[in-house]
Structure formats: C-alpha cells, structure tokens
Ligand binder design. Structure first.
Ligand code: FAD
Length: 428
C-alpha cells in the first residue's frame, strides 16, 4: 500500500528521537493526538460513527483520494463501541472466496499499519489456530485450507502432535470433553490492540484535516425528496455532500431514522478477561465446534469469548448463562484456566446480517451509504473495510473486492459467491 501523502504531523511525529527529546524535557512537548473539533456547517462527506471502521474510512478518503473536507460524527467517545469491546482477533482464513479476498486485503494492510499511521497498533501475528475435534472437523479444515492456498493465502494443516507442541496446555487427555485431532493455523493471523487502532486512525485522519467530532449523536437526516443533504445532530444540523453510515450494532436504528429497514439484527456478544499471568498461550486458539476463542493479551490476561445471546437486543449487557457457557468451553479446552480469576466481562451490540456477511455500498436514498453487517467479525476487517468504503464514497463505484457485498443481493436472492471472484489483487 502507498503511505500517507502528508508528512507534516503538526502534533508531532512519533519516533525514538521524539521519545528521547521528551525524556530530556519532562515529556511536556506532546500535544493532543487529535483536535477536539467543533462541527462546521457543511462537509463533502460526513461519516456517522467514530469506531475504527468510520475513522479508517475518513483516513483513506483523505490519504488515498485527497478528500479532506470530512467529518466523523460520534455520539460518545471514539472507539467506545465494538471497536473497544472485541477480542482483537485478526485473520483472513475464512471459508467463502469473497470474504477471503476482502479479509486478505485487510490483513495485508494490517501488516504495514503501524508504519503507515505512525502509531503502534500492536499488530501481533502470533498465529490463528482452528482446532479440529472430529474426522468431520478435520475434513472441513483440510478443504478450507486447500481453498485458502488456492487463493494464495497461507494455511497449514496440523496433526495432533504439532498442535501439542504449539499449545501444550490444551487438554489432550483421553477423557477430554473435546478431544483434539489436529488443527489448521494461519501463521500471519493474530491480534492487534483495538483502541490503539481507533486512536491511530483518528490521529492520522485529523492530521490530514478530518474533523473528529465526539459527543455528537445523529438524530435524523435532512432530505430533499429521495436525496439526503445532511444530518440532524444533538449539536445542530450539518450539511453533507455524502453521508456514510458506519455504526455497527446501531445500523438498524440509524437507517430507521431515514425510514429504511435493513436485513440486519442487533445481537449482544460477550467477552471476558482473567487476571494477568505469565505467558501461557502464545497463539490465538479457536474452536468452531464450540464457538470459543482464547488468546493472551500483552498485559497477560487471558481474553476469551463465546456465542452471541441469540435474540435481538440493544442492551450492552449479555445473559449470564452465555457467559457461563463461554467460561466452561474455554476451561474444557485449557483446563489450567480454571485456576484463574475473571477480572472483567463486557458485551457489545453486533450487527448480524442475514447471510453473515457485511454490506458495503449504497442505500436506496441518494447520497446515503452504508458499511455494516459485520456481525461478530469486523475488527479484523477494519483497514480493508475503511479502504474499500472510502473507494466507494470517492468514486461512486464499488471496489471490485467489495462488489459482492452490496445491499441489493438480499432483494435479488443472490449469495456473495454468485457475484464471481477474480484472482487475488496485487498490492502496490
Ligand atoms: C465481544 C465482542 C468480541 C468481538 N471479537 C472480535 C474479534 O475477535 N475479531 C473481529 O474481527 N471482530 C470481533 N468483534 C466484532 C467487531 O468488534 C466489530 O465488527 C467491529 O468493531 C465493528 O467496528 P465499527 O467501527 O463498525 O463499530 P463500532 O466500534 O461499534 O463503531 C460504531 C460507532 O458508531 C457510534 N454511533 C452509533 N449510533 C450513532 C449515532 N446515532 N450518532 C453518532 N454515532 C453513533 C457508536 O457510538 C460507535 O462508536 C467482536 C465484537 C464483540 C462485541
């Protein structure tokens, strides 16, 4: 990918030299990472939602397309939605080819993101391992691995001994509740620091002139016939050439303010973290049979999650029974976790689309666009999602990688696979 076109960094470029200078001067020279922008009367593009997807979209609009008269409008604080609530897993080893292409595009951007943003997003390619618990699981993993490799995406099938060498703390005993037969790993997958991603994009976008406006809730749309011309907010009306919705679990509600109904339901998903311990798990462990995922944060806590609640809700609070399931599943896989104390649990509201895939593109009103439906897997897509959405907003055309993810597929009864998939695009 190309880097940013600006190197001015008025708030100061982060570097080893700047740190050294700060150490000598009592660290008094650091400015704000981004301005506390006030809303202006009009913008070329207004993005609703200051999660990492919205901020990434603003950054790529400015850096790749030169569109800098942009505002990101956030009802709370940036990164306070699902961006700051997820379990930070990043990978591209999905089953369907259009998702493989999209998430591989994203993974390649992750690989250079800290340098590009001049902000350490702590991308840690420690490997993302799927466990296989049965012959059927292993066959499915082998098939998926084959399709990934055919797309040029790394995938390695592992037998049980290889898995044991990688994660010796898994339960390999003959009485294990979920016996392990092997696994499939993507070595380039891993984790990233979620809030740093929001902060990094906010700082880089602000640096290019984007207004990041916090504590500003969108309460309605300004329309002329079937054309959207602006938004109503708790801090006044803002005119906009284009309005880009990017609000994850609030997609249905915000689209509803424009009189639209989306094929998206909002469901609560929980996660939890234990007290910090010395390094014990140095890869991401996932089991699709259990829908359980476990990793160890850089601070030492074991981070894990499980199933969504399974019914629509806007409550950022999950069912205790689901949390109990998630804990039981993690302990069944790694029995040593039973000795740890849980220090925090939380939940987010995810935007579950009806085919489990995102929607990137136009809505039925002119100048109104959507990026949502990421379900419980959108963090890994952040750079790719922002990059592709920015392309759409700037050019008025879907990027070829994003073309299968239009809203029209639901009305036409088309699957994302039916859009046709070309070869993996080459990065510049
Ligand atoms: C517990 C949990 C675990 C997860 N684990 C993973 C994982 O391991 N890997 C992965 O890839 N994905 C994971 N996800 C999914 C991932 O977090 C989301 O798909 C992704 O963060 C969505 O990013 P976003 O920027 O679109 O959303 P958000 O960060 O939610 O941003 C949307 C923003 O819009 C704002 N907003 C809403 N309504 C309005 C309004 N009316 N006006 C102004 N602003 C508004 C919100 O305040 C919010 O800040 C997980 C999600 C949860 C909840």
């Amino acid at each position: 990918m190309t880097g940013t076109r600006s190197t001015r960094w008025p708030q100061g470029r982060y570097s080893a030299l700047a740190l050294l200078r700060g150490a000598l001067g009592g660290h008094r020279h650091w400015g704000r990472a981004w301005r506390a922008a006030e809303p202006r009367p009009s913008y070329d593009v207004v993005i609703i939602g200051g999660g990492a997807h919205g901020l990434a979209t603003a950054y790529y609009l400015a850096s790749q397309h030169g569109i800098r008269n942009v505002a990101v409008v956030e009802k709370g604080w940036i990164g306070g939605g699902n961006t700051g609530r997820n379990t930070t897993i990043v990978r591209s080893n999905y089953r369907q080819a259009p998702l493989q292409r999209l998430l591989e595009h994203s993974l390649k951007l992750w690989e250079g993101l800290s340098d590009e943003l001049n902000y350490n997003v702590m991308f840690s390619p420690r490997g993302a391992l799927f466990l296989g618990h049965s012959d059927a699981d292993m066959t499915r993993l082998a098939e998926r691995g084959d399709s990934l490799r055919a797309m040029g995406i790394d995938a390695e099938l592992m037998d049980v001994d290889a898995v044991r060498r990688l994660v010796p703390l898994l339960d390999f005993s003959p009485h294990a509740r979920w016996p392990i037969q092997g696994g499939m790993i993507q070595h380039r997958g891993g984790t990233a620091r979620h809030d740093a991603v929001a902060w990094g994009y906010a700082r880089a976008a602000d640096n290019l002139g984007v207004d990041v406006i916090e504590n500003c809730e969108v309460t309605g749309f300004v329309r002329e016939g079937d054309r959207v011309t602006g938004i109503a907010t708790t801090r006044g009306t803002i005119a906009a050439g284009k309005v880009a919705i990017c609000v994850a679990g609030n997609s249905g509600h915000v689209a509803g303010l424009a009189g639209l109904r989306l094929p998206i339901e909002s469901h609560t998903l929980q996660a939890y973290v234990t007290e910090p311990v010395k390094p014990m798990i140095d890869t991401v462990i996932m089991s699709q049979s259990l829908h359980c995922y476990i990793s160890q944060s850089d601070k030492g806590g074991i981070v894990a999650g499980g199933d969504p609640d399974g019914f629509p809700s806007y409550a950022q609070r999950g069912q205790p029974v689901r949390l109990e399931d998630a804990i039981a599943q993690a302990i069944a896989l790694v029995p040593a976790l039973s000795r740890l104390r849980m220090v925090r649990c939380w939940s987010g509201v995810t935007d579950m689309s009806f085919d489990g895939s995102p929607i990137i593109g136009d809505l039925p009103l002119r100048n109104l666009h959507i990026n949502g439906g990421w379900c419980y897997g959108g963090f890994k897509a952040t750079p790719g999602s922002g990059h592709l959405y920015a392309h759409h907003l700037a050019t008025g055309q879907p990027h070829p990688i994003a073309a299968p993810f239009d809203l029209a597929r639901f009305a036409q009864g088309r699957t994302i696979d039916e859009a046709g998939v070309g070869p993996m695009p080459q990065h510049r």
